[in-house]
Design a protein around this ligand. Structure first.
Ligand code: DGL
Length: 276
C-alpha cells in the first residue's frame, strides 16, 4: 500500500485527458498534475529543449513526493523516455501502452499515427510498433495545427476550421487504408469527433492518454502500490502561466472545474549530478 500521490505532467492541458482516465480507473488515488502552460507547445521544439523541459517537469513532481510519474505528453514520451526510465520511482509514458493497444486493435495491419512534429520526427511509434510485429504497416503523419485548435477551443464536432485542417492531414491516411489510428498527442481526443467525421466510424481511434493511464493503474494494482481505501483524496493542479483561463479550459478536458496554483518551473534546475 502506498498513499503518496501519482504525478502526471504535460506541456499544457492535454495531459488532463489521462487524468480523466485515472480518475475513472482509480477514483481514490491522489494526483499532482503539472501543466507547463507557460512553455506550451513542446511539439515544435528541438529534442534537446523537450528533454530539458521534461527533466524540470519530472523534478517538480519528485519534489511533491509522488509514487509514480506519468508523462501524459506524446512529445515528451517520444523524446525523453530514457530520462524517465532513470527516475527513482516507476515511470510511464504513452508510447509503449498505446502501440500495444493499436497492434491488438488492428485487423488489416495498417496503423496510422498522428502527433506533434517532434513526436513523429522521433520515430518512436514506428519503432515501438515494428518491435511488436515487423509486418505492421505504419503511416505516421505530424498534425501540428491540432494543438492550437484544441487550446483555442475549436473543439465542437464538425467545427468548420478544425474539419478543414483534419481533412488536409487525415485524408492521405484514409486513402492508405488504415483501420486504426493512434492519437499520439494527448490533446487530440478532444477533437476525436471531427477526426471521426473525416475518417469514418470504421477506423478505430486509440487514445494515448487513456492507454497510458490504464497501464499505470494496472501496474500500481499488481505491485500493491494503491492507496489505502477510504482515504481522503487530494488533487493538486499546477501550471507555469496565468491561472486566468485554466479552470474553464480544464473543465473541457476533465468534465469538472479545478483550481490550480502557478509555479516557476524554470527554478527547477536539474543538476548535472542528478541521476536522471
Ligand atoms: N500534449 C502534447 C503532446 O501530447 C502536445 C502539445 C505540445 O505540442 O506541447 O505531445
Amino acid at each position: 500500500m502506498d498513499n503518496r500521490p501519482i504525478g502526471v505532467f504535460d506541456s499544457g492541458l492535454g495531459g488532463l485527458t489521462a487524468v480523466k482516465e485515472l480518475e475513472a480507473a482509480l477514483p481514490e488515488e491522489s494526483i499532482v498534475y503539472f501543466g507547463d502552460t507557460g512553455r506550451v507547445p513542446y511539439g515544435t521544439r528541438s529534442r534537446e529543449t523537450v528533454r530539458r523541459y521534461a527533466r524540470q517537469d519530472m523534478a517538480f513532481l519528485l519534489e511533491h513526493h509522488v509514487k509514480a510519474v506519468l508523462a501524459a505528453c506524446g512529445t515528451v514520451s517520444a523524446n525523453a523516455g530514457d530520462v524517465g526510465a532513470r527516475l527513482p520511482v516507476p515511470y510511464f509514458d504513452v508510447v509503449a501502452p498505446t502501440a500495444a493497444a493499436a497492434a491488438k486493435a488492428t485487423g488489416n495491419g495498417k496503423i496510422g499515427v498522428i502527433g506533434t512534429t517532434a513526436s513523429i520526427n522521433s520515430g518512436a511509434y514506428v519503432q515501438a510498433l515494428e518491435a511488436i510485429d515487423a509486418r505492421l504497416k505504419v503511416f505516421a503523419s505530424p498534425c501540428p495545427l491540432f494543438v492550437p485548435l484544441v487550446e483555442n477551443g475549436f473543439v465542437q464536432t464538425g467545427d468548420q476550421v478544425a474539419r478543414l485542417v483534419a481533412e488536409r492531414y487525415l485524408e492521405p491516411l484514409g486513402q492508405a487504408g488504415i483501420d486504426t489510428l493512434i492519437l499520439g498527442c494527448t490533446h487530440f481526443p478532444i477533437i476525436a469527433g471531427t477526426i471521426r467525421l473525416v475518417l469514418g466510424e470504421k477506423v478505430r481511434l486509440i487514445d494515448s492518454g487513456k492507454e497510458a493511464a490504464l497501464a499505470l493503474a494496472n501496474f500500481l494494482g499488481e505491485h500493491e502500490m494503491l492507496c489505502q481505501p477510504g482515504r481522503p483524496r487530494r488533487a493538486e493542479y499546477y501550471v507555469s502561466d496565468s491561472l486566468e483561463n485554466f479552470g474553464g479550459a480544464a473543465a473541457q478536458f476533465l468534465g469538472h472545474e479545478v483550481e490550480a496554483a502557478r509555479i516557476d518551473i524554470e527554478s527547477y534546475v536539474v543538476s548535472h549530478n542528478s541521476d536522471f
